[in-house]
Design a protein around this ligand. Structure first.
Ligand code: NAD
Ligand code: DAU
Length: 341
């Protein structure tokens, strides 16, 4: 496809910023507009290495803002929507922003996509829309059964996107990925939280028995999958993105402690997440048929990730101060009680 300009909503977040780097390295002729509200999760530092590139433009804006979205999307060939409220625990504490961004924001982008006749609208979605699965795997045909306000709002967003294909023939694609990990992930999420806490010799708050299973996907593998479905994906289709790399939270935690040379006594079992999905597992046949596969094994990637966070305290230390400390106290009262705070 001849793509001159990508509009990347949420491009200052974890996956979005990695995707922008991927695009700019792979397509030297392409322009990239990042449109991002810069919530607590958005961070211009994630884009520092591309910020001065003449092909790159940053626009600060909310995807719910019709006027700004309209101006930003004009001239774009492709919209890729990463913008979302993304943390399950925060959706349990305060769901409002999730409904607004993950549903109303998606609708605002779809309207702009329809008005300007973009070549592709790509909705970055999640395996969490399928809910939990004890045995077997979800395919693209599985029904949705979300558990949290986060996953329910993402599922609603997906339904809207699908309806714009069915009704208006807007050339949409939906990707549903499993748990990502890699550089620039906000330290509220399991892997960066546990790695950075371990580096600081702070407790690692494990929910419940720690036997919940996630299918871990390295962020660059996810970015290559998104690029592939933009180029070769079928209009109106859903593509699961999963690496078939199932690990319990205990396994992930033990690996982190081993890689960092830290003691298992740092693990603290805390109250479980309400409505906690026990297991996510996906098949990704349509994507694999397009030629996609993860590039390196999990063991190797985990070592790289631990090294990255060890070397980039300058990046994550500021994110764990200020408002984050307030969130942390609210989210982990058991830890505070144990620490006598
Ligand atoms: P993130 O929380 O790191 O980044 C989200 C970005 O969206 C931030 O830059 C934030 O400022 C921006 N944003 C939030 N609300 C906005 C609004 N109203 N207007 C404009 N920008 C706004 O998230 P992430 O982990 O990079 O996830 C990106 C996308 O991928 C999300 O849609 C998420 O649902 C999906 N996803 C994430 C994972 C994962 O494991 N992280 C897995 C599957 C799917
Ligand atoms: O599956 C894809 C989803 O993965 C994305 O759609 C979400 O945006 C992303 O946040 C992620 O959701 P999870 O809830 O699976 O990720 P999180 O890192 O919050 O938690 C991973 C597992 O670790 C989960 O079983 C809960 C557990 N956990 C998490 C935290 C933050 C803990 O035991 N302790 C913690 O402190």
């Amino acid at each position: 496809m001849d793509i001159k300009c990508y509009f990347v909503a949420g491009g200052a977040g974890f996956i979005g910023s990695n995707f922008v780097r991927h695009l700019m390295a792979k397509y030297p002729q392409a322009k990239v507009v990042v449109y991002d509200k810069l919530t607590y999760a958005g961070n211009v530092a994630n884009l520092a290495d591309v910020a001065d590139d003449p092909r790159f433009r940053f626009v600060k804006g909310d995807i719910c803002d019709r006027y700004l979205v309209d101006r930003g999307v004009r001239g774009a060939d492709v919209i890729v929507n990463f913008a979302a409220e993304t943390h399950v625990d925060r959706s349990i504490l305060e769901p409002d922003a999730f409904i607004q961004t993950d549903i109303v924001g998606v609708h605002t982008l779809l309207e702009a996509a329809r008005k300007y006749g973009v070549k592709r609208y790509v909705q970055i979605s999640t395996d969490e829309v399928y809910g939990s699965i004890e045995d077997g795997h979800f395919s693209e045909q599985s029904s949705i059964n979300p558990s949290s306000p986060y996953s329910a709002s993402k599922a609603a967003g997906d339904l809207l996107v699908k309806s714009y294909w069915t009704t208006y023939r807007l050339p949409v694609v939906i990707t549903r990925a499993s748990n990502n990990y890699g550089p620039y992930q906000h330290p509220e999420k399991l892997i960066p939280l546990f790695v950075t806490n371990a580096l600081e010799d702070k407790p690692l708050p494990m929910y419940g028995d720690g036997m919940q299973v996630r299918d871990w996907l390295y962020v660059d593998d996810h970015c290559r999958a998104i690029d592939l479905v933009i180029e070769k994906g079928e209009k109106g289709a859903i593509y699961n993105v999963g690496a078939s790399c199932e690990k319990t939270n205990r396994e992930v935690t033990h690996r982190i402690l081993e890689l960092l040379g830290k003691s298992e006594s740092l693990i603290k079992h805390v109250a479980d997440r309400p409505g906690h999905d026990r297991r996510y597992a996906l098949t990704a046949e349509p994507l694999r048929q397009l030629g996609w596969a993860p590039l390196k094994p999990w063991e190797e990637r985990m070592a790289e990730v631990c090294q990255w966070y060890s070397a980039r305290r300058d990046w994550w230390e500021p994110l764990k101060s200020g408002d984050f400390e307030e969130y942390y106290r609210r989210q982990y009262p058991d830890l505070m009680a144990k620490a006598g705070r």
